[in-house]
Design a protein around this ligand. Sequence first.
Ligand SMILES: [Zn+2]
Length: 262
Amino acid sequence: MPYATERAWVQDSIQNTWVKHSNLKVIGWKTCGSAEPGIHIGVADVNPHTDGLGNKLNGIPNGMVLNFTFNDWAAADCKPRKEYCIRTIAVHEFGHALGFTHEQNRRDTPKSLCSGQEQGTVGDIFLTPWDLDSVMNYCNPKWSGDGKLSRLDIEGLQTWYGKPNDPFSRYQGQWVAKLTYSDPSCVADDIRLTVAGRTVTGKVKTPFGLEIPIRARIDEQSNLIGLNFQFNKKDRVTLQGTITDGVVKSTDCGCGTYRFRR
Ligand SMILES: [Zn+2]
């Protein structure tokens, strides 16, 4: 496989940023078959990019494109300092692969510091205050923060992916959701969850005003499991799955989907 040196820079940069400061593991650095899951990195002399955020890249051929030559794109800036550019770009693009969008897309972006730079997907969850120093911010006076995570980059990373060796912290805190039914005659229900370590507690409020306490737990893979509750003899709801992407499907009376947010 060509570009052994360049690939080693990428792998080392990811290991020493996103992986080092969180509970993430990035595994399987190798030539990927077209049908394999995971991040498929293409190499081309173009503006580096990803074809979406987070699990939208799963199994997509060239879902992430990195530049290892700079003969054409950014030749003046990057050809004389290829290692710096390859490492810095890799950290930014892997930020997208972890689901982080551009900081300057936030609606609370201070116009005095950064304006007119919005690009790509607008995020739906704010993990920290707005951060000029983020590797995901085009307005950072250092280009992509020179590929070094800011204090708030690390804080946001750990909120979502846990601290090193702490797989359960990514859900910590309050979550709210509404159950949306596929059956239009049903009305949406509210749910509130508090996640503390592996323990999930909360309440479901039915359209009839009934409040039902719920309990669940988080397993070793950080999945939310065993969230059961019963409205009456007929209606039983079981939620099973991960709330990472804000969605848990229920497997009850054919009804619905919970969309969680903080
Ligand atoms: Zn980007």
